[in-house]
Design a protein around this ligand. Structure first.
Ligand code: PAF
Length: 328
């Protein structure tokens, strides 16, 4: 009898503990956050900062589940997920974003920003805020501008220091018509593709090259499938922390404020990591066996991509471009 009482007491205590556990688990609302890069990437540093900040500010009301490495799909698919509410928060480059919010195409123009300071300053200023505000007209919530970095070309065929060297290469680009146009002008064959497919495409030789910031080249171990890196810095690649309106429009002002602060903390941490990897990453890539072309004469590249500006302004006008240039 004593043994049965003890067992009953233990079972009761366990059930109570489990009930309390599941009650507190139920109390926290899970926020699904997705991005396409590995869990050692600058996006993961940003995702961790988002999680830490939101969980702290909300005192456990929200719990963030991170889904790195394209587990929720490529960037275009995740943006669609935000619109229909199957994903809550996404860290994405602007690569596919112009397909949803055309105003952001201006940021994808090649050689628009001369350095990180200028790009960050524009995105943190009025132009950046206006673009974040535009997202709500397209069923998205723009929470904060984060960062991917200046993009550089890699390939498996030959060192590239001039547009002539790049001519004829089949290069994976993002699903972004401004980028594709610029590469066409350079004589490259642009092949748009979602990022989760890129490593295999390079490995199998479906494409000769790709272009991405040092951060991404390092995080994705592209040295395993690419021999040559050229520091072309042909375009600045912003990232943005986006939220789903289906989630955010239902929150109180205070709760929404927590998401905004978490997104800003994420952006700050990501930018810091980009700066760190920008200086250390190139050395690592050399050690891994890549040839690194550092002496790139940018003028012929700039000349080659000029028609992309005309095509952009013909379609979208020059107002945003003028505003970006004026903020230099
Ligand atoms: O190349 C891309 O698609 C993007 O730069 C990436 C790697 C998904 C990061 O946003």
């Amino acid at each position: 009898f004593a043994r049965r009482t003890l067992v009953t007491a233990i079972t009761g205590a366990t059930a109570a503990a489990l009930a309390m556990g599941s009650l507190s688990a139920q109390a926290a609302q899970t926020i699904n956050l997705g991005h396409t890069l590995s869990d050692s990437s600058h996006y993961s540093v940003g995702a961790d900062a988002f999680k830490e900040t939101l969980e702290r500010l909300s005192d456990g009301e929200f719990e963030v589940a991170e889904h790195p490495s394209g587990a929720l799909g490529g960037e275009r698919a995740m943006i669609e997920g935000l619109q229909i509410g199957t994903v809550d928060v996404v860290i994405t480059s602007t690569g596919p974003l112009g397909n949803f919010v055309p105003g952001t195409y201006v940021l994808d123009l090649p050689f628009l920003f001369k350095d990180y300071d200028q790009a960050r300053c524009v995105l943190d200023g009025e132009v950046g805020q206006d673009l974040l505000d535009q997202m709500s007209e397209h069923d998205l919530v723009g929470l904060a501008w984060s960062e991917n970095g200046f993009r550089h070309m890699t390939n498996s065929k030959r060192p590239v220091t001039s547009p002539g060297d790049a001519e004829g290469l089949k290069v994976r680009t993002m699903e972004n018509k401004v980028h594709m146009e610029a590469f066409e002008q350079m004589g490259v064959h642009p092949t748009p593709m979602a990022f989760p497919e890129v490593f295999t495409a390079l490995q199998q030789g479906t494409v000769d090259g790709q272009e991405n910031p040092i951060t991404v080249i390092v995080a994705t171990k592209f040295w395993e499938v690419q021999d040559h890196l050229s520091l072309t810095g042909h375009v600045y690649s912003p990232a943005v922390v986006l939220g789903s309106p289906i989630l955010l429009d239902g929150l109180s002002e205070e709760e929404r404020g927590w998401f905004e602060q978490a997104a800003q903390a994420s952006a700050d941490a990501t930018r810091e990591e980009v700066s760190r990897l920008e200086s250390e990453g190139v050395e690592l890539l050399r050690e891994k066996g890549m040839t690194v072309e550092t002496e790139i004469d940018k003028a012929p590249f700039q000349e080659a991509v000029k028609p992309a500006y005309q095509i952009y302004t013909d379609q979208y006008g020059s107002e945003m471009l003028d505003r970006v240039r004026a903020s230099d």
